[in-house]
Design a protein. Structure first.
Lengths: 262, 596
């Protein structure tokens, strides 16, 4: 089975992340970026399925020049080929626009017939988690999201979704789109061999024009959502010290209850 | 990402801004690699070291290996980490391509290994032993030995040991007693006791490949009578399948001050604990020719000693980063003249704490530069032609005792300072730095003690080819000094100091060594080693200063500050050491030990 994985290049959460002052978009140039950790699970799951069933894994990303690193990392892990959609007009795109571009790129990469699309559960920068659903809709595929276990068989995909209080088993006919959580597997490291092999793997670079998308459908100016204001997180406040005068436990419980932790 | 294991920024500076590693990729030997590959490999090393090695460094120390008389048990994280190391390809990434490896330059491998040692030097020990054993068999073994032993070592199915030392033969291997008796089937049977053997038994792998030094019957006395044998824990059939348990078992394990996670063992060979083929005696396979044991072992010495240097450097480095992070956070006291009711300042504000941090920085970053410089010389030796390759090899031979000893002494001193910077906290087991000190203390002892390195340098290396290697070193130092003079500013002063001290080293060397020094001169070999070590590191600081010249920012200012520290506070010590050598006053040779 041939599998497409959507991956995102995000600012390293360990670095000092920030926003562009001019337009309130995430600063992607000023910090080190990496393949979103949550997408590594999607890549790993695709690699495992492809290894078992003998198909190819294609990774698709949208982003500026440095986003190529996310594709490269996935190729180093073992994916077979990459697609990088890179166009200045994409800057500032919201989730609907992102899903539109992804849908067109996936159609082009699979001649209109994707068999299985896997995504992470959310990006570690935007953390909206809505793109998988939008993408499934645009591709006309059933969506099964938040999979912590995935099995294929008989023309269908079955997932387990762990909720707070229960576990659901959900089935969908193939082709389908699945988003996976960080519980589904342990992503592999790239290997030295993988790093060497990745240099020879094909990566397509497409613009909006290549996908037949009009710049007026995407970008900051056409976004349905807008970041209105950004404020730095206030410095951490001094902790509250509870003195134990025999009633320490009660005070602690009251403290937690007041903050709705209990 | 800011790590307290190692500084990726510094590694990048040394490899790219200083050593111009990209130039290697233009040479046929390394043409298949590029900046992109090596950056990805370094990132991989950082990730595996950070996620699989560092997390159990502490518990590896607290739960040291145990031995119940039959089996050695380690904490399970060790095996998981070593599997990740093997799966990532690090066991073979540095092996030349024509020997089935990845052909990465040694300078890159060394930088990767620094990540692993800094994260967890004890667990790294197993992987390094396997790499060294595989390397030796690949270079000196037969085709069959390569297939049966080197390959499984290279993919992590087997692990290796180096079984040289014995209870009565440590620094002086010529006194070793283990015997190897030739058998009709071409194998040997070995009998004897070994001591201090790292990784000598455990359940980490399907098999353990011991490389054992032993004496054949009628062998010449001394070093010429020593041969080297492959002694597997389980016999290996021609088709690679594992057979009977070999007659090599443990008398016990040693309980060490540090590096506890690497099990240290006292193996017994041929006591009849097992009887392979129905008879006692450990089955061994000769590597190379009879009597070639030490030459074969020593052909791997530059790499092995450099490996110890990298371990010492890395453990010093991580201690520096951890004490620095602590000094930036901890508030204590006020600066001179500040109002007593005012806010407390961070430790890093106190001049004496800064002194200790700067000293650490100058030792660990200087040592890392030395490790990568020597590694680069090894790369030059295999990728340049004729004379240039030969010169690189001669120079790395001269620098090897220094590369082994400087970190063992001064990065250990850095670990002491890291404890000192952290005060009481540094002395507790709540923090890592006390363990770093204990772990690092080993590096002046194994792979040739500090004293033995001094003898190697003064008694042998500087004398080879009538002092040719020292001449090459002086020429390179002189070139650096010329560039620093041309750069101007403080470069001129550094250059003058460096040249003066270099002239003194050459002068003392010619007078005492080349002219034929006696026991009184060799008695000062350690002073000579330490003096040349500091001089070489001062030189490499001036090289770093030049690589940072004209560049702005905290990182480069840090390089300039550490250069200033090393030239003003450390380089002058060279004069004292060299004075001792020049005087060779016979204080220790003439001494009557009864007065001690
Ligand atoms: C943790 C650990 C791991 C080890 N791992 C291994 C291993 O895997 N394989 C292996 O084969 N060995 C191993 N060793 C052994 C190590 O190489 C020896 O300990 C070392 O060579 C010193 O030998 P020794 O301990 O017998 O000390 P000695 O040789 O007794 O030396 C004691 C002191 O005397 C000095 N000295 C000795 N001879 C001279 C001389 N001629 N001139 C001047 N000074 C001298 C030494 O410098 C040293 O300071 C390990 C040791 C340790 C502690």
């Amino acid at each position: 089975m041939n599998i497409v994985v959507c991956v995102k290049h995000v600012p390293d959460a360990q670095a000092d992340r920030g926003f562009n002052e001019s337009d309130n978009t995430v600063d992607r140039a000023g910090v080190d970026g990496l393949l979103s950790e949550l997408d590594e699970y999607a890549v790993e799951e695709a690699l495992k399925l492809a290894e078992a069933s003998g198909g190819e894994v294609t990774v698709v990303t949208i982003g500026p020049d440095q986003a190529a690193d996310a594709v490269k990392k996935a190729l180093q892990m073992g994916a077979d080929k990459g697609v990088h959609v890179n166009d200045e007009a994409i800057h500032g795109s919201d989730a609907p626009a992102t899903s539109l571009i992804l849908a067109e790129a996936i159609k082009k990469a699979t001649d209109g017939n994707p068999e299985l699309v896997i995504t992470g559960m959310a990006s570690t920068d935007g953390t909206m988690g809505v793109v998988p659903a939008m993408l499934a809709e645009r591709l006309g595929l059933p969506q099964v999201t938040y999979a912590s276990e995935l099995t294929l068989g008989d023309g269908k995909v079955t997932i387990r979704r762990d909720n707070d209080a229960n576990t659901e088993t959900i089935e969908a006919s193939l082709p389908a789109l699945v988003s996976v959580t960080d519980q589904i597997n342990e992503p592999r490291y790239p290997s030295f061999k993988g790093i060497m092999a990745a240099k020879k793997k094909p990566v397509e670079s497409w613009t909006l024009a290549d996908l037949g998308i009009d710049a007026g459908q995407v970008g900051l100016a056409n976004a349905w959502t807008k970041v209105v204001e950004i404020a730095k997180r206030p410095p951490r406040e001094q902790g509250e010290i509870v003195k134990d005068e025999g009633d320490g436990g009660t005070k602690l419980a009251e403290f937690l209850a007041a903050r709705k932790f209990l | 990402m800011n790590s307290v294991i190692l500084s990726a920024r510094d590694v990048d500076f040394l490899l790219h801004e200083w050593l111009d590693t990209d130039a290697l990729f233009e040479r046929p030997t390394f043409a298949q690699h590029s900046r992109e590959t090596v950056d990805a490999v370094l990132e991989l090393a950082q990730a595996v070291a950070t996620e699989k090695f560092a997390p159990h460094a502490r518990s590896n120390d607290l739960h040291e290996p145990t031995f119940d008389g039959t089996t050695v048990s380690l904490i399970p994280e060790v095996g998981v980490a070593l599997k990740a190391f093997a799966d990532a390809g690090f066991l073979t990434a540095g092996v030349p391509e024509d020997r089935g490896g990845g052909g990465l330059p040694t300078s890159i491998i060394s930088a990767c290994l620094a990540w692993f040692h800094a994260a967890n030097t004890a667990t790294s020990g197993y992987a390094l032993l396997s790499m060294a054993a595989a390397n030796l068999i690949r270079t000196h073994g037969s085709d069959a030995q390569r297939t049966l032993f080197a390959e499984p070592l290279a993919d992590g199915r087997f692990t290796g040991t180096m079984a040289l030392s014995e209870p009565g033969a440590g620094s002086n291997l010529s006194d070793l007693l283990t015997r190897a008796i030739p058998q009709e089937d071409g194998t040997h049977r070995l009998f004897g006791r070994k001591m201090w053997i790292s990784g000598g038994d455990h359940e980490l792998a399907d098999n353990i490949v011991h490389l054992v030094l032993a004496r054949t019957p009628d062998a010449a006395p001394g070093t010429k009578g020593i041969s080297i044998f492959i002694v597997p824990k389980y016999l290996v059939a021609e088709d690679g399948s594992l057979g009977e348990r070999n007659d090599i078992v443990l008398a016990g394990i040693n309980h060490k001050m540090g590096s506890r996670g690497t099990v240290n063992t006292a193996p017994v060979l041929g006591d009849g604990a097992h009887t392979p083929g129905g008879a006692p005696g450990a089955v061994g396979h000769l590597v190379g020719e009879v009597g070639q044991g030490l030459p074969i072992m020593f052909s791997m010495m530059n790499e092995a000693r450099l490996g110890v240097g990298i371990a010492g450097t890395a453990v010093g480095y991580t201690g520096y980063l951890k004490s620095l992070a602590y000094a930036r956070e901890r508030l204590q006291g006020r600066l001179l003249g500040a109002p007593p009711a005012g806010p407390q300042v961070a430790l890093v504000e106190h001049p004496d704490v800064r002194r200790m941090l700067l000293a650490q920085k100058s030792f660990v970053e200087g040592a890392l530069a030395l490790m990568l410089y020597c590694s680069r010389l090894l790369d030059d030796a295999v990728s340049l032609d004729g004379r240039a390759a030969e010169e690189a090899l001669a120079l790395v031979g001269l620098l090897t005792p220094i590369a082994k000893s400087f970190p063992a002494q001064w990065c250990l001193e850095a670990n002491t300072l890291a404890i000192q910077v952290m005060g009481g906290a540094g002395y507790t087991r709540d923090h890592d730095v006390e363990q770093h000190y204990r772990d690092n203390r080993l590096n002046a002892i194994h792979e040739g003690t500090h004293g033995i390195q001094g003898l190697d340098l003064l008694g042998r290396k500087v004398l080879l080819d009538r002092g040719r290697a020292l001449g090459l070193l002086v020429a390179r130092i002189t070139q650096t000094a010329e560039r620093a003079t041309a750069a101007g500013g403080s470069g001129e002063g550094y250059a003058a100091k460096l040249l003066a001290m270099t002239a003194r080293l050459r002068d003392v060397t010619t007078r005492v060594a080349v002219a034929g020094g006696g026991a009184e001169v060799l008695a000062e070999a350690t002073a000579y080693l330490e003096g040349s070590g500091h001089l070489v590191v001062a030189w490499l600081w001036l090289e770093q200063w030049l690589a940072a010249h004209g560049k702005e920012g905290d990182f480069y200012d840090g390089k300039r500050a550490a250069t200033a520290y090393f030239f003003s506070r450390e380089l002058p010590k060279v004069g004292l050491w060299l004075d001792t050598v020049a005087a060779h006053d016979g204080l220790t040779t003439a001494l009557d030990p009864t007065v001690l």
